[in-house]
Ligand binder design. Structure first.
Ligand SMILES: C[S@@+](CC[C@H](N)C(=O)[O-])C[C@H]1O[C@@H](n2cnc3c(N)ncnc32)[C@H](O)[C@@H]1O
Length: 220
């Protein structure tokens, strides 16, 4: 007698969320193999230089994770550097890499959407963070933190997936950005001063299109 086929229950797959645990797990697999890894923050440093920002400026790198941008800033003589991320593991990798130099950096573990900035910074830097914010509420919270953490004259450097960028990253859905999307994210207090698309070569050899922009805050 043929066996009765077993009725299978459909698998419920939980959509991945951009939680601290999600990012801790990603970093625990090795920061240098992650798709967003870069061995030097060349684009960010070039944009800082082209914007006339010198080492006396205060820099806030939001969603920095294990990024080497902080290493490059310290090497370039910047002494007022703050790094924020919701993933303690991502920040720990950067701290261990920097060793003693980690003491020269302010480290903040927090979710930028609910963070209350303790001060204002001359530069707000975001590489590969805002494109994970899909809901309008989250984007409004981003702009609220941006407004609290900057002053008239502050510079924003932002690199997010461009119109030809991927639709998923780190197992999460992401938003492709046009320049209008970046403009809307930053809000009316900011004027975009430059924009360019640059292909990032991932550690596995694939490329991803980033839309890089600089913007100046022109009002309080
Ligand atoms: C793709 S990685 C980019 C890391 C880094 N900016 C770089 O260029 O290497 C995205 C980072 O954003 C952080 N992140 C995502 N959403 C965040 C949030 N709401 N608050 C703080 N950090 C966040 C993640 O923990 C992760 O470290």
């Amino acid at each position: 007698m043929p066996a009765t086929p077993q009725q299978s229950t459909p698998q419920q797959s939980t959509p991945q969320q951009s939680t601290p645990q999600h990012w801790d797990t990603a970093y625990a697999q090795g920061d240098t193999t992650r798709g967003w890894y870069q061995s030097a923050a060349t684009v960010s440093l070039d944009l800082l230089r082209e914007s006339g920002v010198g080492p006396g400026a205060s820099i806030l790198d939001i969603g920095a994770g294990a990024s080497v941008f902080v290493d490059d800033l310290l090497a370039a003589g910047f002494s007022d550097v703050t790094v924020l991320d919701q993933s303690p593991i991502g920040l720990q990798i950067a701290q261990e890499r920097l060793a003693d130099r980690a003491d020269d950096v302010t480290w903040i573990v927090d979710d930028l959407r609910q963070w209350t900035p303790p001060r204002q910074f001359d530069v707000w830097h975001d590489r590969a963070v805002a494109h994970f914010l899909l809901d309008q509420d989250d984007r409004d919270c981003y702009r609220s933190s941006l407004m609290s953490a900057t002053h008239a004259g502050s510079l924003v450097i932002i690199g997010v997936f461009g119109p030809q960028g991927p639709t998923m990253c780190a197992g999460l859905p992401v938003r492709r950005h046009t320049i209008d999307d970046v403009n809307a994210l930053l809000g009316p207090a900011f004027t975009i001063t430059s924009t360019t698309t640059i292909d990032h070569v991932r550690p596995d050899g694939d490329t991803q299109q980033y839309l890089w922009s600089t913007a100046i805050r022109h009002t309080d």
